[in-house]
Design a protein. Structure first.
Length: 62
């Protein structure tokens, strides 16, 4: 059940849900709780975002 919850949060993050909506869906009293629990998932998304940004900047330099 625990891994299913993490998978669900990962899908919501990848679908660009905001942190407050995710916290509400999970029943957390604060988005900080959600962030502290699922920060490792956010880091993966951040890496993907950085890759996308780097590709965009390369296009601008051409």
């Amino acid at each position: 059940m625990h891994s299913t919850r993490h998978t669900h949060v990962a899908i919501l993050i990848e679908a660009n849900w905001d942190l407050k909506s995710i916290a509400d869906r999970l029943g957390h009293s604060s988005p900080v709780t959600t962030l502290n629990t699922y920060a490792h998932i956010s880091n993966k998304v951040a890496e993907k975002s950085m890759d996308s940004f780097e590709k965009y900047m390369e296009k601008l330099g051409q």
